[in-house]
Design a protein around this ligand. Structure first.
Ligand SMILES: [Zn+2]
Length: 113
C-alpha cells in the first residue's frame, strides 16, 4: 500500500528530528498534500494511525492540509486550477501547460516537546 510506506517514511523523518533536537516527543504534525500528489488523504490518515503506534509521535496532534493543484499556461500565461495531468488551458485551449502546484507531499509544521 502506497500510503503506508509514505506514513512510515514520515514517522522515520519525525523520529529523526526528535532525536536530533534531543526532544521527548512530537506534539504537533501538519502535513501538506497536493491534490495531484497521488496520495489519498483518508488512506494516509488511516496509515498514519497505524504507523505512529509505539513511536514518539503517537500523542501528537495531526492534521492534513490539502492544496488544490494549479497549472500555468506557457502560451497565454494563464493560471488555473486543475485536477489531472493533461490540463487544457481554459482561456486559450492550449495543451502547453505546466503543473505549478499540487504535487506537494511534505511536513509543513512539526512541533516537538
Ligand atoms: Zn492559455
Amino acid at each position: 500500500m502506497h500510503e503506508l510506506s509514505i506514513a512510515t517514511n514520515i514517522v522515520e523523518i519525525v523520529e529523526e528530528e526528535i532525536t536530533k533536537a534531543n526532544a521527548k516527543e512530537a506534539t504537533e504534525i501538519v502535513l501538506e498534500i497536493g491534490s495531484m500528489s497521488g496520495v489519498i488523504v483518508e488512506a494516509l490518515e488511516f496509515a498514519m494511525d497505524e504507523a505512529i503506534k509505539n513511536t514518539r509521535l503517537q500523542k501528537a496532534n495531526r492534521s492534513i492540509v490539502e492544496l488544490q493543484a494549479e497549472a500555468h499556461c506557457t502560451k497565454c500565461q494563464n493560471k488555473f486550477e486543475v485536477d489531472d495531468f493533461f490540463a487544457v488551458c481554459p482561456k486559450c485551449g492550449s495543451f502547453e501547460t505546466d503543473i505549478i502546484k499540487g504535487k506537494e507531499l511534505k511536513i509543513k509544521t512539526l512541533k516537538l516537546n
